[in-house]
Design a protein around this ligand. Structure first.
Ligand SMILES: Nc1ncnc2c1ncn2[C@@H]1O[C@H](COP(=O)(O)OP(=O)(O)OP(=O)(O)O)[C@@H](O)[C@H]1O
Ligand SMILES: [Mg+2]
Length: 565
C-alpha cells in the first residue's frame, strides 16, 4: 500500500511543473500583454488545477507516511516484545555472561536503528526511485539536452553526501559513546551516593563527571562542525545545477528549440529531485547502522537457554528430594562448589545446612531449583530425575527466600503476592506477614499494605526486608520452602519467634534452612554440615552434639561469641 501511495503522490507531483510551464508559455505567446480578465481567467484555470494537484499530492503523501511509518512502528513493537520474551527464557548462565547495559541497549537503541531503516529508510528509498523515474522521464520528454545538463551534478552530489554522511555517522557514534559513558558515571554516582559521601569523595566524583563532560563537549563540537559544512555544500551544488539549467536553457531558447516555460518547469524538477538525492547518502548510512544493529539483536535472539523444560507431563511434587553423589563445578571459575554430595529430605521434614562462607550452601539450592545443571551424580525428585520432570510444575511448588533480598519499588501487598498465579486476598497476605513476624511493623505504617517500598517509598531495615521476603515465600503455600541464610539480619530473639512459627505452619512443607548460625538450625530434623562442597557430618542435632565433631565445635564457638567470652 505504501508503495502504491508513493506512486500516486509522485504522479500528482510531477504533473505540477507542466502547468507552470503552460501558463508561462501562454503569457509569453501573447507577448505578456494580456488583458486583466484574461489573466484572471488564466490564474483561475491553471492555478485551480495546480491547487487540485497539490491537494492530491499532499493527500497521498499523508497516506504514504501513515502506512510505511506506522508499519515500522508496529514491527518495532513486535520486535521489542519478541526480544524481551526471549530474554526472559534465557537462564542465569546467559545473564552472567552479558552486561545489563548491553541487554538494555539492544532492546532500545538497536531496535530503534532497525526501525529507522524500516520506516524512513524504506520510505525515502521507494520515494527516490519513483520520483526519479517519473521526473527524469518528464524532463527527457520536454528536452533531452537540457535534461542531461540538469542531471549532471546530481551523481556528484550523492557521492559527496555519502562521504560526508559517513563522517557524520562516525562522529555521532563517538558522541553517543561519550554520552553513554556520561550516563554511566552519573548513574553510578547516584546509586552509590551514600558511600561517596561517607568516604568524602564528592570532589573526585565531580571531577570524574567533569572530565567525561569535557570529552563529550569536544566530540560534539566536531560533529557540529561537520554538520555546518554539510548544508552549504549541498546548496552550492543545487546552485550549480540551477545555473546550468538557466544557461543551457537560454541557449536552446535562443535557437527556438525550447519554450520559456520549459526552463521554469525544469527548475521545478531539479528542485524536486534535490532532496531525494540528498537522502541517498543519509539512507545508506541508516541501512548500514540497521544492519549492524540487527546483527547484534540476532546474536541474542539466537542464544539458546541451557536449561529448558524437558517435559510437559504434569508433575506432582510432594516434597521428597534426594541428592546422590552430586558434583557441581562452575565453568567460569573452575571452582568445585559441590563434591560427591548425598542427602535426602522426606516430605514435611526440615533439613538444616550448616557451613562456613563459600562452602557451597547456595550452590546446593541453585542445583535443586535447577537454576544450574550439575556435572555429576543425580538429583531425584519423587524418585524421578530432576532433569526429566516438568520444571514449571516443580518450580511452582518451591518457594525460595534468597540470600540477597530483592524487593520491588511497589506496595508491600504486591511484593508479597509477587508471582502468585491467582489473586490473593488481604487476610492471607496478612497471615503470611504475621507468620514472618513482620506484620506488627507494617501496621505502624499509615498506609499498611499499600505502603510503597524502595527508591521512591519507604526504606525498610535489613531485617524487615528479609521478613517480607519470607512472607512472599509463605503466601504461596509451597511444598518445599528454602530459606537461604535469610535470617542473618534479624536478632536471635526475632529469629526464635519466626522459627517457632515455621514449625507450626498450617501446611506442612519440606523445609531447607541454610545458615552459618547453629541457633537457626537447632529445630531441624537433620543437619548437614558442609565443608568445601562435601558433607562432613549428617544427623539430627542431638546426635551431632553427642558425636562432638564439627557441629559440636560450631555450637561451642558460637555460644562463646554470644556470651561475649
Ligand atoms: N555463579 C558462580 N560462578 C562461579 N563461581 C561461583 C558462583 N557461585 C558461587 N561460586 C563459587 O562457589 C563456591 C561456593 O559458593 P556458594 O555461594 O555456594 O557458597 P555459600 O556456602 O552459599 O557461601 P555464603 O555463606 O557466603 O553464602 C564459592 O567458592 C564461590 O566463589
Ligand atoms: Mg550463600
Amino acid at each position: 500500500m505504501g508503495t502504491l501511495f508513493t506512486i500516486l503522490s509522485n504522479y500528482f507531483g510531477v504533473q505540477m511543473p507542466r502547468y507552470v510551464q503552460e501558463s508561462i508559455d501562454e503569457l509569453s505567446a501573447s507577448g505578456f500583454s494580456n488583458q486583466l480578465e484574461n489573466a484572471l481567467w488564466l490564474a483561475l484555470r491553471i492555478g485551480g488545477l495546480y491547487l487540485m494537484l497539490s491537494i492530491g499530492k499532499g493527500f497521498f503523501l499523508f497516506l504514504m507516511r501513515q502506512t510505511i511509518i506506522i508499519m515500522s512502528r508496529r514491527i518495532e513493537y513486535d520486535l521489542k516484545n519478541e526480544v524481551f520474551k526471549h530474554y526472559l527464557t534465557l537462564d542465569n548462565a546467559f545473564y552472567k555472561k552479558n552486561r545489563i547495559g548491553d541487554l538494555m541497549n539492544r532492546i532500545s537503541e538497536d531496535i530503534s536503528q532497525v526501525r529507522m531503516y524500516l520506516g524512513p529508510g524504506v520510505m525515502y528509498s521507494i520515494n527516490l526511485i519513483v520520483l526519479s523515474v517519473m521526473s527524469i522521464y518528464q524532463m527527457f520528454k520536454i528536452n533531452s539536452t537540457l535534461a542531461f545538463f540538469a542531471l549532471l551534478p546530481l551523481p556528484l552530489m550523492s557521492y559527496l553526501i555519502y562521504r560526508v554522511s559517513n563522517r557524520i555517522n562516525l562522529s555521532s557514534k563517538h558522541v553517543q559513546e561519550e554520552q553513554s559513558n556520561l550516563t554511566t558515571i552519573a548513574q553510578e554516582t547516584f546509586v552509590n551516593i551514600r558511600l561517596i559521601k561517607a568516604y568524602n569523595q564528592t570532589e573526585s566524583a565531580q571531577n570524574k563527571l567533569k572530565n567525561a563532560a569535557e570529552t563529550y563537549k569536544t566530540k560534539s563540537m566536531r560533529l557540529v562542525l561537520i554538520n555546518a559544512l554539510f548544508m552549504p555544500t549541498i546548496l552550492l551544488l543545487i546552485g550549480a545545477s540551477t545555473l546550468l539549467v538557466i544557461y543551457v536553457g537560454a541557449v536552446l531558447t535562443e535557437n527556438h528549440q525550447l519554450s520559456l516555460g520549459s526552463i521554469v518547469a525544469f527548475l521545478f524538477y531539479v528542485n524536486n529531485l534535490t532532496w531525494p538525492f540528498v537522502s541517498i547518502g543519509w539512507v545508506t548510512s541508516i541501512i548500514q547502522r540497521a544492519e549492524a544493529s540487527q546483527q547484534r539483536i540476532n546474536e541474542f535472539l539466537s542464544a539458546e537457554p541451557e536449561i529448558v523444560n524437558p517435559s510437559l507431563a504434569p508433575f506432582e511434587f510432594k516434597g521428597n528430594l534426594r541428592f546422590e553423589k552430586v558434583a557441581l563445578t562452575y565453568e567460569n571459575t573452575g571452582i568445585k562448589a559441590l563434591n560427591e554430595l548425598s542427602f535426602e529430605i522426606k516430605s514435611g521434614e526440615q533439613l538444616g545446612v550448616l557451613g562456613k562462607t563459600g562452602s557451597g550452601k547456595s550452590s546446593i539450592i541453585a542445583a535443586l531449583a535447577r537454576q544450574i545443571d550439575i556435572n555429576g551424580g543425580t538429583i531425584y525428585v519423587e524418585d524421578q530425575r530432576l532433569d526429566k520432570i516438568n520444571l514449571q510444575d516443580y518450580r511452582s511448588k518451591i518457594a525460595l527466600v534468597p540470600q540477597d533480598v530483592f524487593l520491588f519499588s511497589d506496595t508491600i501487598r504486591n511484593n508479597v503476592t509477587f508471582g502468585c498465579p491467582e489473586p490473593i486476598d488481604d487476610t492471607t497476605v496478612i497471615e503470611a506477614l504475621k507468620m514472618a513476624h513482620v506484620w506488627h511493623n507494617i501496621q505502624e505504617f499509615p498506609e499498611g499494605l499499600d505502603t510503597v517500598l524502595g527508591e521512591i517509598g519507604v526504606n525498610l531495615s535489613g531485617g524487615q526486608k528479609q521478613r517480607i521476603s519470607i512472607a512472599r515465600a509463605l503466601v504461596r503455600f509451597p511444598t518445599l520452602l528454602i530459606l537461604d541464610d535469610c535470617l542473618s539480619a534479624v536478632d536471635t530473639e526475632t529469629e526464635e519467634v519466626i522459627l517457632n512459627q515455621l514449625k507450626n505452619l498450617p501446611f506442612k512443607p519440606s523445609v531447607i534452612t541454610v545458615s552459618h548460625r547453629t541457633s537457626t538450625l537447632r529445630n531441624c530434623d537433620n543437619i548437614l554440615v558442609l565443608h568445601e562442597g562435601q558433607c562432613v557430618e549428617y544427623g539430627n542435632p542431638e546426635e551431632l552434639m553427642k558425636r562432638k565433631g564439627l557441629y559440636y565445635d560450631f555450637v561451642q564457638q558460637q555460644n562463646k561469641e554470644n556470651s561475649g567470652v
